[in-house]
Design a protein around this ligand. Structure first.
Ligand code: ATR
Length: 284
């Protein structure tokens, strides 16, 4: 049981639906306790039509900030006072900071992925990056990579027009980066991979319902100089990552992205660096 909650303790929250599976409360509360910070983190399952009222409640209760997860990442933007430039371009918010009563929205998902790549020592600036998938996660990651200096971002998706929408945003907003959208065809993917350094699976294929599936059928389309990342963290190694290892690629699962998107939010709320090693040891 927590024994450190006092009259001065400030709340930080998570708004989503569902939230029961979330690792964020454990991660942040562990760090508050470790660093002796006077905060407590709670998760709230909120129905779609109640997101505005929930944000108002957080203002009234003087929350220091909150995370936002599916399905509220877009709608929450209507109820905030300010949105950071990159979150505006990405079109969704996962972290809100209460700055003396003003609620400011940020997106740390893509930045979390970039930090994870950097931790692996994998360069992406001036490189060509290939991303499979065009949902919310892909959008945050691909736009952030372009924002931070990737030369070219090529998006493959089953539903090509969704990849095209992300590609159009990058081409419009980031003139130093070029983006293209292509249909999910392995022959085309193999060709595009030849001069690429990083391949990312940002689809949900490989998660629990599709645990025996991969977004590619054959590892032969990969080459050993590729760095291959999956945003999935459960299972810790997807079939896609097993295929990449078979070819000799270096790989990364989704754990570090999850960790660093949280660490970036933690820093914004508390001004302190998250004790990453403790979190890795105790939670992941
Ligand atoms: P998230 O917010 O986690 O990114 P999402 O927005 O639902 O989740 O996106 C899921 C991604 O996985 C999409 O790119 C989706 O492809 P479509 O846009 O064509 O739906 C992709 N995906 C899911 N199941 C897939 C499957 N069986 N084959 C190919 N792509 C799949």
């Amino acid at each position: 049981m927590n024994t450190y909650i006092k009259g001065s303790t400030r709340l930080i929250g998570l708004l989503g639906n569902p939230v029961k599976h979330s690792k964020s409360p454990h991660m942040h509360n562990l760090c508050f306790e470790k660093l002796g910070l006077d905060y407590v983190y709670m998760a709230f399952g909120i129905q779609d039509n109640l997101i505005g009222k929930s944000v108002d409640a957080m203002r009234i209760l003087n929350f220091k900030g909150f995370n936002v997860t599916m399905p509220h990442k877009q709608r929450v933007m209507d109820f905030l006072d300010e949105i950071s430039e990159d979150a505006k371009i990405i079109g969704s918010v996962n972290t809100v900071v209460n700055n003396n009563g003003r609620l400011i929205g940020y997106n740390t998902d893509g930045r979390g992925f970039v930090k994870a790549l950097e931790e692996e020592g994998q360069g992406f600036k001036d490189e060509k990056i290939i991303i499979i998938g065009a949902g919310g996660a892909s959008k945050s990651i691909s736009i952030q990579l372009a924002f931070d200096g990737a030369r070219e971002v090529v998006l493959f998706n089953r539903t090509t027009h969704k990849a095209q929408e992300i590609s159009d945003i990058i081409n419009k907003e980031m003139p130093n980066s070029k983006a293209r959208a292509l249909e999910l065809d392995e022959k085309i993917l193999k060709k595009e991979l030849k001069d690429s350094k990083v391949l990312i699976n940002a689809t949900s294929i490989g998660m629990k319902d599709t645990i025996d599936k991969s977004v590619i059928t054959s590892p032969n389309i990969l080459h050993k100089d590729l760095f291959v990342a999956d945003i999935i963290y459960a299972p810790s190694k997807t079939k896609f990552l097993f295929q990449a290892e078979e070819v000799g690629c270096r790989t990364m699962n989704g754990t570090s992205m999850l960790l660093y998107q949280g660490a970036l939010a933690f820093k914004m709320w508390t001004g302190k660096d998250m004790p990453i090693e403790d979190v890795k040891e105790r939670i992941f």
